[in-house]
Design a protein around this ligand. Structure first.
Ligand code: ZN
Length: 240
């Protein structure tokens, strides 16, 4: 069984379409949340996801904010104005899809959360110290997370957390136990503007870490037209 692992689409339908086309032939799609926020295509991104067979989809903090479940005070001023725009765009159908999602789940013995096992909606797993504490908050071999927009693998060996930043387009056999992030489809933040995703083979435990170029300019043009914050438009070109 091969599952496409995606996260942090952030209303970038062009990046999502490109990833879905490249990952043709997978058996399931696991989306780790933040479908909307920042980007110009919230409803289009949700429509693309809803059509996918064997979809497991989580709620992210931006999705929750879009629904009014998280106070806007927790977001910086630009993210806030972007969320206010998003709330006006969301169709009833999109809103009810987001309403149906949870921020964590378990599929085939694998934990899926948006942010961290300890705080599924808020914590950023960027350093081995906070990751070490999180291993006691789930008991499966693997935990897949999003939220930081950075592809990374944290493996717990002999009570020590080892950090690995996988090179784009490489395959890594996951060891027990680990916390893995596929990176962001629609707003990468590791200085590589290409859309990030992964394909996980449940039979071999191989994590196929992938990057793919997409038409960034067309997304930026739609963001300009929607008067979304300039910083969010610019950052797509450089992937930060
Ligand atoms: Zn995000």
């Amino acid at each position: 069984m091969r599952a496409l692992i995606i996260s942090d689409i952030h209303a970038n339908a062009t990046a999502l379409q490109t990833v879905l086309a490249a990952a043709d032939g997978v058996d399931a799609v696991w989306c780790l949340g933040d479908i909307v926020g920042y980007g110009p295509d919230p409803n289009e991104s949700i429509d693309l996801l809803m059509d996918l067979p064997n979809l497991v989809c989580l709620l992210g903090n931006h999705d929750a904010a879009a629904l009014g479940h998280l106070p806007l005070e927790g977001f910086n001023i630009e993210a806030r104005s972007s969320i206010e725009w998003l709330r006006k765009q969301l169709t009833p159908q999109s809103a009810s899809f987001l309403q149906s999602l949870d921020s964590h789940t378990e599929v085939n013995g694998i934990t899926l959360v948006h942010a961290s096992p300890r705080e599924p909606m808020l914590e950023y797993l960027l350093d081995t110290y906070s990751v070490a504490e999180n291993f006691s908050y789930f008991d499966t071999d693997y935990c897949f997370v999003g939220h930081t927009h950075v592809p990374i693998i944290f493996t717990l060996k002999d009570h020590v957390v080892h950090l690995e930043v996988p090179l784009p387009n490489t395959q890594i056999r996951l060891e027990r136990r680990c916390i893995v992030n596929p990176g962001s489809v629609g707003q990468p933040r590791d200085r590589d503007p290409r859309a990030a995703y992964a394909i996980f083979d449940e039979d071999t435990n191989v994590w196929d870490c992938r990057r793919i170029e997409y038409d960034v300019e067309s997304v930026q043009q739609r963001m300009q037209a929607a008067h979304l914050p300039e910083r969010h438009i610019v950052r797509l070109s450089t992937g930060w």
